[in-house]
Design a protein around this ligand. Structure first.
Ligand code: F6R
Length: 617
């Protein structure tokens, strides 16, 4: 939700900021803006639309010289996406300029107070209120910028990652965070600093980064380094510099037309990276430090509660089947946004697993804070290393999928399922709910999955041909049973979010309780009908669809003949264990949504109204 970038140092700030904004566009792309100090004055340019629109406008509007600047790419919360509501926002005096990711919840009362003191506002945003609040505090008490920011933030309720500077003191940028991520890149000679929502904007300049924690602020001074303090009590925080493990290649398209396609094709490697060093087949063991160290908690758990949103929630639904089936532990899967607001019954004997690619989803983060406050043990399954959910959890396991840039989640989903399968298998072994031969079979099959995903990807041409036939459909249904019911939900979500075609996922048997009324000769229905897992039942459901003239796209096991005889089209996936089948059946559904969206000329990597990291509730 909004990306922020800043630079202070000896280089020209503009190219660093504009390129950085392009890398952060996955966080929001409703509008973009930049503020530069050109050596004499503050120059601001901003516009509705994407960073490319900003780039086209900037050079006509302002000089792009200067070594200090901040930039923003917005996912609108307060105020429609238009030029005026775009960031950066400048204070009434024209001295202070700010960028902000997050929401100031009490902005209306603060705004009224400022209006009563003579302030005027151009935009509808909460951010313009914040910059003027800082200015007012600075003026009233004749404070330095850092101090004024600190006092202002102590009056603010909400979430933020901000960067602000004063055009009269452009050798200093003040940043702060609460609930929204903020990384500071430190140049090799400690004489330049990069500010960003994640490290991607500065990867080619430095591998050294400081991640601010919640309720921390930093004053960044050219040539003088950074000083971090607690916003609440002003105590000094020791600067902890981390060495970044990601490289530039990982965040580039690598010859693919879209990040989504690249990430779909990365799944064999991503899944391998997920189980590497954890699945030791020769020794017939699974080693996961986060599970090992907390084995008692898991084994004594009354139940496991999984909290997540969107695609990660679908991975949680798959995990429910795996945990209950293999480890015989009762599982509940909750939308984090519902869980956190419904006074859930939860106590010290519960284990809560939070699943999140970004590790920053506001509702999931709030859900784990709630669970911890009630004494539950929280285990995080995140992709982004060092993310808020990873840090707020008692323990966890990373998915190691590598950066996922496409807004529609693909490799995050399959790697989340892989991690959760490893945990379930490890617990099943410890509890004795799986025989050693079944355990070995699972390890062996899991190791074969990357090759089988590669095989599934070979159906691309077939899927493209099917996409061409159905690209103009107004509605789609996705059906699956058991382990593949969540895959049906995920298939529908993928199609909706990138092609804007209405799609619904349903448990196949539930179809006759309503959705069957929608079926006619115009309705394409993707049915997951793999050999293992209620095959005959699904075949009966297919018969029901056929007799109502629905168009059937069967996702079937290699060599299947029965569904082939009934369906309009089939897409084959290799055979595997029922519990691992979601890792394969998901692949054709990802490709189907991708090709349809491309054929409809939609922006696959940046679908409208969405953002990769939902840091607002
Ligand atoms: C769908 C998608 C979203 C995310 C959801 C949770 O393709 O990307 O539904 O899955 O916003 O995000 P994370 O996993 O980052 O918590």
């Amino acid at each position: 939700m909004c990306g922020i970038v800043g630079y202070i140092g000896p280089r020209k700030a503009y190219p660093i900021i504009i390129e950085g904004l392009k890398r952060l566009e996955y966080r929001g792309y409703d509008s973009a803006g930049i503020a530069l100090f050109d050596g004499k004055d503050l120059k601001v340019s901003k516009t509705k639309g994407k960073v490319a629109d900003l780039e086209a406008q900037v050079e006509k509007e302002i000089t792009t010289s200067g070594n200090v600047g901040i930039g923003h790419t917005r996912w609108a919360t307060h105020g429609v996406p238009n030029d005026v509501n775009s960031h950066p926002h400048v204070s009434n005096s024209g001295n202070l300029v700010i960028i902000h990711n997050g929401i100031i919840e009490n902005y209306e009362s603060l705004k009224l107070e400022l209006i009563s003191r003579g302030y005027t506002f151009k935009s509808d945003t909460d951010t313009e209120v914040l910059v003027n609040l800082i200015e007012e505090i600075q003026k009233q008490d004749n404070l330095k910028l850092g101090k004024a920011v600190q006092v202002a933030l102590n009056q603010v309720i909400g979430a933020y990652a901000i960067a602000v500077f004063d055009k009269n003191k452009p050798e200093e940028i003040v940043v702060a965070r609460l609930g929204s991520p903020l990384a500071i890149g430190i140049g090799d000679n400690d004489d330049e600093f990069f500010i960003a929502s994640d490290a991607s904007p500065f990867l080619e300049y430095t591998k050294n980064a400081v991640y601010l924690e919640d309720e921390e602020m930093a004053i960044i001074r050219f040539h003088k380094g950074i000083k971090i303090r607690k916003i609440k009590d002003d105590s000094v925080v020791e600067t902890f510099v981390q060495e970044l493990q990601i490289n530039l290649e990982q965040i580039e398209k690598g010859g693919f037309d879209h990040f989504m396609l690249k990430e779909i094709h990365e799944q064999p490697k991503a899944i391998t990276d997920t189980y590497r060093g954890r699945l030791l087949r020769n020794e017939a063991i699974i080693k996961m430090a986060g599970v090992e160290d907390n084995m008692k908690k898991f084994l004594n758990a009354n139940r496991i509660i999984i909290v997540a949103c969107g695609t990660s929630w679908h991975a949680g639904l798959v995990a429910e089947y795996i945990f209950e089936d293999l480890a015989r532990i009762p599982v509940e899967v909750e939308y984090a946004s519902e869980f956190r607001y419904r006074n859930p019954v939860i106590n010290e004997d519960d284990v809560v697993i939070a699943i999140s690619q970004s590790g920053e989803t506001a509702d999931t983060l709030a859900a784990i804070k709630l669970a911890r406050s009630k004494g539950a043990f929280v285990f995080g399954v995140c992709n982004v290393v060092g993310s808020s959910i990873a840090r707020e959890s008692d323990a966890g396991a990373y998915t190691h999928a590598g950066p996922e840039i496409g807004v529609a989640s693909t490799k995050a989903f399959t790697t989340q399922i892989t991690v959760l399968t490893l945990i379930a298998l490890r617990l099943a072994r410890a509890k004795g709910t799986i025989s050693s031969s079944d355990f070995r079979t699972h390890l062996l099959e899991l190791e074969l999955i990357p090759k089988k995903v590669e095989k599934a990807l070979e159906s691309d041409d077939n899927i493209k041909a099917i996409s061409k036939i159905y690209k103009d459909a107004k509605n789609f249904l996705y059906l699956g049973r058991g382990y593949n019911f969540p895959v049906a939900l995920e298939g529908a979500l993928k199609l909706k979010e990138i092609s804007y075609i209405h799609a619904e996922g349903y448990p196949a048997a539930e179809m006759k309780h309503g959705p069957i009324a929608l079926i006619d000769e115009n309705m394409p229905i993707a049915v997951i009908a793999t050999k293992k897992g209620h095959y005959e039942k699904v075949v009966s459901n297919i018969q029901e669809i056929k007799s109502r003239k629905g168009k059937i796209i069967g996702i079937v096991t290699e060599g299947d003949t029965q569904v082939r005889g009934l369906a309009d089209h089939v897409i084959e996936v290799p055979e595997t264990l029922e519990s691992l089948s979601p890792l394969l059946t998901t692949i054709p559904l990802q490709l189907l949504s991708y090709h349809i969206a491309v054929m409809l000329d939609k922006n696959v990597d940046q679908p409208r109204n969405l953002a990769k990291s939902v840091t607002v509730e």
